[in-house]
Design a protein around this ligand. Structure first.
Ligand code: FAD
Length: 288
């Protein structure tokens, strides 16, 4: 990386432009209608099965267990004459699903995340995961930027172990990033002036055509966001691939945080992930 001779570096010294933090919001998850479940269980002859109380097990884990038990009718011993013993403990039951790789039942339950201030570096990688995900990504065509916000990569943030030289390189890089994003913002504003969208302009088609064209000058580091809904099997798969220390730093940051969130909310479904010495989150049950 060059030093003080870089024009962007010099430009950056007069600029103060905040970057933005990545935020992850778990905005929805599967809910079970216990009354309807009771009617269904009675209908199939499983009157003896006690639905775990609300609070004893999460809704997503309960739905997965119900779907799993429906396969062999293993709600109570004898309901299926082939089944004489059942795992009563919910944690044991779910653990056995994971251990034996009966992962298809995990697909019944979903979690929805609103993820904000991630870049198109993140979304480009994230959206390659097609199986088991629903995606709504922030538009660049219809959204008109005011500022070009961005997330500071983990690798450019200071760390207490940094040498003096590394600290300097990081500082210079941050300055250049700041200047580069500022230049994008300025160029975007200038283009908006050229194409003159006055305050209160109502021609939506015209505005769309303009912002659709102008997005080409916005770099892939721009802070954007969207909504991602994944089923539990898909979320486990993406955590396994992307909360790995070899993954790109932004998707690693997002998915190691999603794992922490999920391990707290769904210990039965995500409690087998452990962090190893290299920083990767590794599941005990890799292929479910
Ligand atoms: C380190 C790294 C570097 C990468 N570099 C590039 C790159 O340079 N260019 C690039 O284009 N991509 C790249 N990728 C993306 C990668 O190739 C995958 O497309 C992406 O990670 C999605 O993962 P997945 O295939 O497991 O799909 P997911 O949609 O997450 O699917 C999960 C699993 O379901 C099964 N599955 C999904 N879809 C199908 C299907 N259609 N048919 C059969 N089985 C299916 C597979 O077992 C798959 O593993 C990279 C990924 C990593 C981790």
């Amino acid at each position: 990386m060059g030093t003080g001779s870089n024009a962007l570096y010099h430009l950056s010294r007069s600029i103060k432009m905040p970057n933005v933090p990545i935020r992850i919001f778990n905005i929805a998850s599967t809910q079970v209608d216990r009354e309807e479940v009771r009617k269904w269980l009675d209908f199939i002859g499983a009157e003896g099965y006690e639905i775990p109380e609300d609070g004893a097990v999460t809704n997503p884990a309960l739905l997965i267990a119900l779907a799993g038990r429906r396969c062999y009718k293993s709600f109570v011993p004898g309901l299926n004459p082939n089944v004489t013993k059942i795992r009563k403990d919910m944690a044991d039951y779910i653990d056995n699903i994971l251990a034996s790789g009966h992962g298809s039942v995990l697909e019944h339950s979903v979690y929805t995340f609103a993820i904000e201030n991630v870049s198109r570096v993140f979304t480009g990688e994230m959206n390659r995961h097609r199986a088991g995900w629903a995606i709504s990504e922030g538009s660049m065509r219809y959204i008109r930027f005011t500022d070009i916000d961005w997330w500071m990569p983990t690798s450019l943030q200071d760390s207490p172990d940094d040498s003096v030289e590394l600290r300097l390189r990081k500082q210079q890089s941050r300055d250049i990033f700041t200047a580069a994003f500022k230049m994008q913002s300025q160029a975007y504003s200038s283009l908006l002036e050229v194409w003159d969208i006055p305050e209160g302009h109502h021609d939506f088609h015209y505005k769309k055509v303009v912002t659709s064209c102008l997005r080409r000058i916005v770099g892939m580091g721009v802070a954007t966001g969207g909504i991602w809904t994944g089923n539990i099997r898909a979320i486990r798969h993406v955590i396994t691939m992307r909360a790995d220390s070899a993954a790109e730093e932004e998707i690693f940051y997002v998915f190691s945080n999603i794992l922490k969130m999920m391990a707290e909310k769904e210990p039965m479904l995500f409690g087998d992930f452990k962090q190893n010495e290299s920083g990767s989150w590794v599941p005990e049950y890799r292929k479910v």
